[in-house]
Design a protein around this ligand. Structure first.
Ligand code: HPA
Length: 272
């Protein structure tokens, strides 16, 4: 696998020359607009990148973008890979390993998630301050250890400095919809039952989604500081649960997107 990671990063380095990205960004479901803020230097469809798979979900584009936000070099995945698409844990986290070899020093990651905490409202943003990986049936670090620690520490997965700065940014910009909490990752693709939402709340989760945690585990093994944010696209309160509709989820993601974009842009501008 190290051969493949090296092959992909060498392919990209050949195309981007002296461009070294400082920030890696992963954009979640319905959250691709941050890409419009990038002054693009290079972009690649996933289909031309060796060893990349395709994002098969319609709401995800399949583009790797290199460019600048607030004068800083970034590499951005517009569209991510999910386990429910049939890819392995290694395949969905492969781009994080490639980004590491390209030189990123921070990872900013976003997702659409269901809100389990009863104080959350639709289109709120939740800073991820911790996560639960144990509902996933697999783990990207299982198997031969190819990069980093065999037993990586997870005591502080999400970077406290970036979290503090994001809160300051929200305060300054009157973003009152910014919450904070624990994200639990499941495979999907079906949404959860009421009994499952009740269970997830009981184990301490504030939001649930189908991504992010595998990528973050790999990033932490590689000692990349991570900032993660969930956009609360639907409320998962068992007693008042409404039927989930993808259109509504996407509409709620779109409503929250400008604030999420602002927080990412300012974190980058302020060099957090
Ligand atoms: N559950 C899982 N994933 C999600 C949800 C949800 O309710 N909403 C958006 N992504």
């Amino acid at each position: 696998m190290l051969d493949k990671i090296t092959e992909t990063s060498e392919f990209l380095k050949k195309q981007i020359g002296s461009f070294v990205p400082q920030y890696g960004i992963v954009l979640g479901t319905g959250l691709g607009k941050l890409a419009d803020e990038i002054e693009i230097d290079f972009e690649f469809s996933y289909s031309v990148i060796p060893n990349f798979v395709e994002a098969t979900v319609e709401s995800h584009k399949s583009r790797l973008i290199f460019g600048k936000i607030a004068g800083k070099n970034v590499v951005c995945m517009q569209g991510r890979f999910h386990y429910y698409e049939g890819y392995s844990m290694s395949q969905i986290t492969f781009p994080i390993r490639v980004m590491k070899l390209l030189g990123i020093q921070r990872l900013l990651i976003s997702n659409a998630a269901g809100g389990l905490n009863p104080s959350f409202k639709e289109s709120d943003l939740m800073i991820i301050n911790d996560h639960i990986s144990q509902f996933l049936p697999g783990n990207p670090l299982i198997g031969p250890n190819i990069m980093g620690d065999r037993f990586p520490d997870m005591s502080e997965v999400y970077d406290p400095k970036m979290i503090a700065l994001a809160k300051e940014i929200a305060l300054k910009n009157n973003i009152s919809s910014l919450k904070e909490g624990v994200y639990v990752s499941v495979t999907g693709p079906q949404l959860e039952t009421k009994a499952e939402y009740r269970m997830m709340r009981l184990v301490g989760a504030d939001a649930v989604g189908m991504s992010t945690v595998p990528e973050v585990i790999v990033a932490r093994q590689l000692e990349i500081p991570v900032f993660g944010i969930s956009v609360i696209t639907d409320l998962c309160i068992p007693e008042t649960l409404e039927k989930a509709e993808l259109n509504k989820i996407l509409a709620n993601a779109a409503k929250a997107e400008p604030n999420m974009t602002l927080i990412f842009r300012e974190l980058i501008a302020q060099g957090a």
